[in-house]
Design a binder for this molecule. Structure first.
Ligand SMILES: C[S@@+](CC[C@H](N)C(=O)[O-])C[C@H]1O[C@@H](n2cnc3c(N)ncnc32)[C@H](O)[C@@H]1O
Length: 283
């Protein structure tokens, strides 16, 4: 992504979460700050992300990935985890809301410096204030060392941590993704939730055209998609790092879990949201 400009795809992701509140009543994922962080242009942004089936699919997926991540975080907190790291946070509001602050959960928000500075202004302009449990660390995952940056921000790499990494993996090069996963795997008791997209050649022609259009919007915003994964390959990479306790939800799995749709047929290619933790399986 471009060095000095705040992320435009972060506006789109936040816009879909806000649209989910307005159009779907937050049925899958409730975020009372989703519209506020978008600022006075919230209605315009939501309007531009509404109206066709592709937008509806994106809205459901983005609501579901946040729900899946935050539900998994709640389980981790119940198990004793007290550090959360939001990688490539954009306008994600989980650290602002922190429902686990009373249990001592601290949230570290990592983002590209330009996007983080813009978010801080967004928070102030919206009249919101960051709770004491929220710590900001401006780190470029392509060029800087995540471990050094987190350590400087007060993160304790010897204590368990939960990493939320939503909407970021497609925008990083494979080397930066592997380096980030290696770091996460080295934190004792670490768990991560991230989403990824399958290679476009896996998609049927009609859906591939939809994905190509989405990808070209992102590229025009200066944030091209750089990485895709076959589900078996990413599962193997995680397992090789010791993150063998995995849960990979594809769009069909999301529909079953969050929309109450009966399970049908074999999995269709598309975006996935993955939870991985050290171990062999089960929770
Ligand atoms: C599509 S947005 C997703 C934002 C947020 N996680 C969400 O779900 O709303 C992509 C995010 O990745 C961040 N990002 C992209 N490249 C990055 C890099 N090299 N280092 C740190 N953050 C990066 C962008 O700044 C942006 O916040």
């Amino acid at each position: 992504m471009e060095e000095r400009k705040p992320s435009q795809t972060a506006v789109a992701a936040a816009g879909y979460r806000a649209a989910h509140q307005v159009l779907d009543g937050g049925r899958i994922f409730s975020d009372p700050l989703a519209c506020a962080v978008l600022g006075p242009e919230a209605d315009t942004i939501i309007g531009a992300l509404t109206g066709d089936a592709a937008h509806t699919r994106a809205r459901v997926f983005m609501a579901a990935r946040s729900r899946f991540a935050e539900d998994s975080l709640a389980v981790a907190v119940a198990r004793g985890v007290r550090q959360a790291v939001v990688l490539g946070a954009g306008l994600d509001t989980s650290g602002l809301r922190n429902p686990h602050a009373d249990q001592g959960l601290r949230t570290f928000e990592v983002d590209h410096p330009a996007t983080q500075a813009w978010k801080l202004k967004r928070i102030a302009d919206a009249g919101l204030s960051a709770p004491a449990s929220l710590i900001f660390a401006a780190i470029d995952l392509e060029r800087e060392d995540l471990g050094h940056g987190l350590l400087a921000a007060g993160f304790d790499p010897h204590q368990p941590a939960f990493f939320l990494w939503l909407g970021v993996v497609p925008y990083l090069r494979p080397a930066a993704i592997s380096a980030t996963l290696r770091y996460i795997a080295g934190v004792p008791g670490a768990e991560v939730v991230f989403d990824y997209s399958e290679p476009l050649e896996n998609y049927p022609p009609d859906r591939r055209a939809e994905m190509v259009a989405l990808g070209s919007h992102a590229a025009q915003a200066g944030e091209p998609w750089l990485s895709h994964f076959d589900p078996a390959d990413i599962a193997r990479e995680l397992k090789g790092l010791g993150l063998g306790d995995q849960e990979d939800l594809d769009v069909a799995g999301i529909a079953v879990r969050y929309l109450g749709v009966p399970a049908v047929g074999p999995a269709a290619p598309g975006p996935h949201v993955m939870r991985a933790r050290r171990g062999e399986g089960g929770r």
